[in-house]
Design a protein around this ligand. Structure first.
Ligand code: SF4
Length: 282
């Protein structure tokens, strides 16, 4: 493999402000107190989670929360359902709330809609923490779907409000809205997709077209990672998804190739730098 492989990291890739905010908050407390509980993975990136665990971050689930008391627990950027706040209150747990402001605003809008007795549909991934938090605002009455086909055999109310998980594709959201209108429903659509992700589509596509090969770095659990990787793949068919440097395959790269590295809003810059180093050593 050549000394001529030219590798460039996309300067706009890396954590969104919601994730930066949560990690900063965690690190501040870890430095002062040596440990901190966090409800769920602080970010969908195993490498970053491992780095923070080494500093004392303790990842717990909702079952653990029910058995914990008199501790501090961090709520990550995805936000939580009201039940979590109630459990914390009962168990004298101090919540360090790092819910992303964009998610909080969406939670509030959904809650207001629900309070106004609107029927609510949420376009989002089943079981995703953010979606559970959103559905929780409606007493779990909102209907969640991740694919329009799921609605084919469901009796929907004639009129409803459509919301979206923050990391969904804007194009898909509007296609769904159009399809539901075509099916005769009275749809009030609220585009609540986070621009930290959607604004990257164009920029990322442009970035991906500038190089022979693209290495997209992201955790496999990241929703926006999947969406953004598809953007790369559409713009440049020679795009490869890796979670860490060990997944790089030398056979995919030839001497003289220009390679662009980019990632999701949950991908740490240090990991992209590690991938760059590994590529240069291939
Ligand atoms: S992607 Fe957007 S909504 Fe999600 S955590 Fe980042 S800034 Fe917040």
């Amino acid at each position: 493999m050549g000394k001529n492989l030219q590798v460039t990291i996309d300067k706009d890739s890396g954590f969104c402000f919601g994730v930066v905010y949560a990690i900063d908050m965690a690190e501040e407390i870890l430095e002062e107190e040596g440990y901190l509980y966090c409800l769920g993975d602080i970010v969908h990136n195993d490498e970053e989670v491992a780095r923070l665990k080494a500093k004392g971050l303790r990842i717990i689930g909702h079952d653990d929360l029910a058995h914990l008391s008199n501790e501090k627990v961090l709520i990550r950027a995805h936000g939580e359902a009201p039940q979590t706040y109630r459990t914390a209150l009962e168990n004298n747990i101090t919540l360090i709330d790092a819910s992303c402001p964009v998610v909080l605003k969406l939670q509030n809008r959904i809650k207001t809609s629900h309070d106004n007795e609107e029927k609510i549909l949420i376009f989002g991934k089943h079981g995703h923490a953010e979606v559970i938090g959103l559905q929780g605002q409606t007493n779990n009455e909102a209907l969640v779907f991740q694919d329009i086909d799921e609605l084919n055999n469901v009796v929907l109310p004639s009129s409803f409000t459509l919301y979206s998980q923050t990391t969904k594709s804007v194009d898909k959201f509007y296609a769904i809205k159009a399809e539901l209108l075509k099916r005769g429903y009275d749809v009030k659509a609220n585009d609540t997709i986070c621009r930290q992700v959607s604004n990257r589509y164009e920029d990322l596509g442009e970035f991906a077209r500038q190089y022979d090969k693209i290495v997209f770095v992201s955790g496999k659990k990241s929703s926006n990672g999947k969406v953004l990787y598809d953007v790369c793949k559409d713009a440049n068919p020679n795009s490869y998804f890796v979670s860490d440097p060990a997944e790089l395959q030398a056979a995919n790269f030839q001497q003289d190739n220009t390679v662009g590295i980019c990632g999701a809003t949950s991908t740490p810059m240090w990991l992209m730098k590690d991938v760059k180093e590994a590529l240069e050593k291939l």
